[in-house]
Write a protein that binds this ligand. Structure first.
Ligand code: AMP
Ligand code: GLY
Length: 421
């Protein structure tokens, strides 16, 4: 089968590498892709992941048999709907179902209506009412823009002043454009966070190995939030007992809620959990694989990813047996110096072969090819994943490989996999 993957980051590289192992895949394409993905797939850098018409054109022109739509934007823009309307099989939720991620108010209302454990919250379209609510509730308190905001639409405010500033920035400052016209103000939950990526076809829901990511740029979870500086799986916090509670109190009720509301979610449902003293609660849903969680979870998958994706689309997931290997995986992100603030691009990267020779897999996130050499082309540049019998083994191996890689200004955290955070 000829398969097209949409996106161009480390997560898409991990999806492409796993799809390349499939017996069913004869040819792999990726749009836009990146310099590393080009080792595994024919890339189409001219087709942006947000250009649904161009994606449909490419899929038709290349006569692809199956498209995996990976990032949030094309999903929210109805890429899967547009492909399917042209008779092209596509993996991922419809634009309607993708509101689980693209509208925090949509998913919050669903959770409220069906009693799914999450932070208490109120929705505001009027700024003065929002400010008065913040004043009445006190801090700490969480302010969220409704729509997609590149992961930056959430402010966990320690003081009332900070929360009010966030409300003003979102509702009057236009900081997030239309995404900030409505805000959600939430109770601040306390606990450790775990990500449970699930395959779901609307009839059944199958959790993958639970994972954890590290969002802050510096060690000990200091500094600003990033797209993710590393991840590992399985999460030791996600014990059998918590897994059971999560399935009974969150995963199955979520599936039931979507069904009762009359929509079908087919694809990957990302369930971000906070393990509070009252049990697991939902921090957020995303409508896709997580980045960089995927770079730690998919290497543990033994089953054929394309077979699973096809079963999801055809609602046959319940008949599939999904196998996972034992042991752990850890992914260390190498970022450009200065990220998540401004950074320079075009730094020559060395040591990639040495890193892979140690048995690790190097996923490219922001790289380009220049004069025959890989150079940096983004904030997050690479994700280095290694496997091990234990989490500690995986982390040690991943760091061993990551330290083989050099470019000017390279930054990585040195505490990925630490369970103290
Ligand atoms: P989100 O985009 O909803 O995942 O939020 C980003 C991050 O903000 C989460 O990973 C949490 O660390 C934090 N966060 C979001 N909502 C809450 C909440 N209600 N209480 C505490 N922290 C939160
Ligand atoms: N790692 C967080 C996300 O993918 O949204």
């Amino acid at each position: 089968m000829k398969v097209l993957v949409i996106g161009g980051g480390g997560r898409e590289h991990a999806v492409c590498r796993k799809l390349a192992e499939s017996q069913l895949v004869t040819q792999l394409l990726c749009a836009p892709g990146n310099a590393g993905i080009a080792q595994a797939a024919v890339c189409h850098p001219e087709v942006k992941a947000t250009d649904v018409a161009a994606i449909v054109d490419l899929a038709k022109r290349e006569q692809v048999d199956f498209v995996c739509v990976t990032p949030d934007d094309p999903l929210a823009l109805g890429c899967v709907d547009a492909l399917e309307a042209e008779g092209i099989a596509a993996f991922g939720p419809s634009a309607y179902a993708a509101q689980m991620e693209s509208s925090k108010i949509f998913s919050k209302n669903l959770m409220k209506k069906y009693g799914i454990p999450t932070a208490k919250s109120e929705t505001f379209e009027d700024m003065d009412a929002a400010l008065a609510y913040v004043e009445a509730q006190g801090a700490p308190i969480v302010v969220k823009a409704d729509g997609l905001a590149l992961g930056k639409g959430v402010i966990v405010a320690k003081t009332v002043e900070e929360a009010k500033q966030a409300v003003v920035d979102m509702m009057a400052g236009g900081k997030f454009g239309k995404s900030g016209a409505r805000v959600l103000i939430e109770e601040c939950m306390v606990g450790r966070e775990v990500t449970v990526l699930c395959f779901t076809d609307g009839k059944t829901i199958v959790p993958m190995r639970a994972s954890q990511d590290h969002k802050r740029v510096y060690d000990h979870d200091e500094g600003p939030n990033t797209g993710g500086m590393g991840a590992f799986a399985p999460s030791p916090l996600y014990t059998e007992e918590i897994a059971k509670r999560t399935e009974e109190e969150i995963l199955w009720p979520t599936l039931h809620a979507m069904d009762a509301e009359g929509f079908t979610f087919k694809g990957v449902l990302y369930v971000g959990l906070m393990l509070t003293k009252d049990g697991p609660k939902v921090v957020e849903y995303n409508a896709r694989f997580g980045d960089p969680e995927t770079q730690a979870v998919l290497p543990l998958l033994e089953s054929d990813l394309l077979e699973i994706m096809m079963a999801v689309r055809e609602q046959r997931l319940g008949d599939m047996e999904i196998r996972w290997r034992g042991g752990s995986a850890a992914c260390i992100v190498l970022a450009s110096g200065g990220y998540p603030g401004s950074y320079e691009k075009g730094k020559v990267i060395s040591g990639l072969d040495a890193a892979e020779a140690s048995g690790a897999t190097v996923y490219h996130a922001g790289t380009a090819m220049k004069d025959g050499a890989y150079v940096t082309a983004g904030g997050r540049v690479l994700g280095v994943t290694a496997l091990g019998d234990t989490l500690r083994d995986a982390v040690t191996a991943a760091y061993g490989a990551a330290r083989q890689i050099h470019f000017d200004g390279a930054h990585m955290r040195s505490d990925i996999g630490s369970l103290d955070m």
